[in-house]
Design a protein. Sequence first.
Length: 271
Amino acid sequence: MKKLNVFILISFLFLCQSVFAVPFEDPNKTKITITVTTSDIYQIVKEIGANKVDVQMIIQPLVCPSNYDITPKIVERTENSNLVLSHKWENWIGRLKVQAGNRGVLYKQAQTEGSWMVPYIHVRAAEEIKTMLVYMDAENGKYYEDNFTDYVFRINFAAEEVKKQLESAYGKKVISNEQIKDFLEWIGFEVVATYGKSEDLTAKKLAYLVGEGKKRGVKIVVDNLQAGAGTGRELADNINAKQCVISNFPIGNSYINTLKDNGKRLHKVIQ
């Protein structure tokens, strides 16, 4: 019976190692090497990990990340990473894992749901990633905790500025790309209808949106930069509305700057 209990304990410990992140232990490296898929994840890792991590982004922020062609350069980078961090909806990660293998590489999917452009959701994602870094590199845990606290403070301060700047947006009716709907509603807009990528905007769908726009008195159409900056232009022309383009992913090496820039663009069209 005692031997059986020992066997069960060993089996349990083995399973735990496969479920949780393996702590970072490599005397030949001074930083954790991390490969991430999008600028959403990149900005958080860079802010919290700072000079304790070496992070590289696979997909540039102006590109829609739902589909991606894996290159040999990305495979090589992945093979030399300690951690590969992605979103749950990037199905091509499975192909990358097959090509790059998983020997010494930990693949993790961020579990935070919703639009990471919304400040409070971005903070949730940052906390999730901070927890990963603290577990992998407990020796620098306080460093990551302090960076996280500072980052949250700066996000909250910027979010308050944007909300104050856009107080007059509350209740204004808009039609937008479906991926930025949550962000617009966080600001206070009423999103009466949405559309997808430019290739999905059929004549039938456009006619429906024109009808909704005229019926509901929509004066603003908001496009998602990553899904096509000109997708809503024809719609805006047909309902005599202004068109605005905002980013659904951080650009210019800063989530906070992108948040503020989105606010400025929206503020301009509601004047």
